[in-house]
Design a protein around this ligand. Sequence first.
Ligand SMILES: Cc1cc2nc3c(=O)[nH]c(=O)nc-3n(C[C@H](O)[C@H](O)[C@H](O)COP(=O)(O)OP(=O)(O)OC[C@H]3O[C@@H](n4cnc5c(N)ncnc54)[C@H](O)[C@@H]3O)c2cc1C
Length: 408
Amino acid sequence: MVFMKPECTSAWGRIKEAGGRALIIGGGIGGLSAAIALQAAGWDAAVYERGPSLASAGAGIVLAANAMKLLDRFGAGAEVRARGAAVRQAEIRSWQGRLITRLPVREQALRYGTEAWLIHRAALQEALHRCLQPGTVRFGRRLERWEQDAEGVRAYFEGGETAEGQVLIGADGIRSQVASQLPGGLPLLRYGGFTALRGIARYEHPQYTRELGGGFEAWGPGLRFGFSQIGEGQVFWFAALNAPPGTVPAQGNRKQAARSRLAGWYEPVRGVVEATGEEAILAHDLFDRAPLRSWSDGRVTLLGDAAHPMLPNLGQGGAQAMEDAAVLAGVLDPDDIPASLRRYERLRIPRTSRVVRGSRRMARLMQLQHPLAAASRNALLGLLPSAVQLRQLDWLLGHEVPSGDEAL
Ligand SMILES: Cc1cc2nc3c(=O)[nH]c(=O)nc-3n(C[C@H](O)[C@H](O)[C@H](O)COP(=O)(O)OP(=O)(O)OC[C@H]3O[C@@H](n4cnc5c(N)ncnc54)[C@H](O)[C@@H]3O)c2cc1C
């Protein structure tokens, strides 16, 4: 008998009694989503996470319409809406504060039937976790290696524990241990050309309240700043700084780095940076990977960042991991796992490759260094009608993963 919390079953639909045992490595957004979707499809799905508990660190994450629709199906949408903040205005300004454009977020909400939402990553993971059967996630399990044969797959964890199943899903992120054992090994990452500083603060500004759904980006040459409400009284900000790889400011120097690079910027920028504790500022170099032609071998496959790490410029890494999860659960057939994993790849690789490439193109445009090039970009963006902006993102935000395997 498959158990799920009632509020997590209704939207996802009929729970089948079908699958075998699925081993999912990694308890991030992708691994938790995969477990929800597979349990709903009748699989006995277990998640093995190296951390001691659900990650509490992280920053804000935007959940576009395609992600929100899947969260509704998974049963986590209501909690995300209760704890997060809806995107009801999204301005792009110059670094001095001049309005360049307003993104058509209200029109998007009408077109796709849901607003986009922003939330703290930890709150999102908690909402997903609540949709799982109790005990699904086993913490403190670091995968060391895996083996497979015609009958099944075995995972080996640090400390000597093992687990066996019919399928192994690597949802273990950008430096995936599962992927490192696939034919060809772990492919090289590509540096995106910039470092992200990300902070969480309690900060109020009358123009950008949660009720107004307020957020903005301010763009300067080679430097971009974003500000959003994420619910529960918190504001999320990021600064994307063009920089050589390996020059991320160390803990202790991050606030000062933000202060000095953003001196003189549009006022809420200084205010929110000052309101942020040094310990609440994360700093990372950002990477993606050239799209893969295959990411499965026999009974082993990848999902989320392990399969297709992307730059964050379309805000789609988490959403694409959720789409992977829904598609995989729709096609995974316990009677022919290798063939169903090939089908999963065929369904997902073209779309995720397009998102990886689109994110990289967007990053180049948003991080333009030359002041004249940046000024021309701003002028063109200001002239772009909202109808065109809407159409340009239809393929991405309007995408719906068919529910039920018949539709796939
Ligand atoms: C700056 C930035 C901003 C972003 N903004 C957005 C956004 O606004 N919207 C959006 O949709 N996406 C965004 N993303 C992307 C998004 O965060 C990722 O795509 C998403 O978190 C990927 O989820 P995942 O589960 O595939 O991987 P991860 O979140 O990396 O999770 C992998 C998990 O696997 C575990 N793990 C790793 N190795 C092992 C092992 N050997 N054994 C067991 N467990 C292991 C890790 O501890 C981790 O919990 C952003 C990313 C960045 C860097």
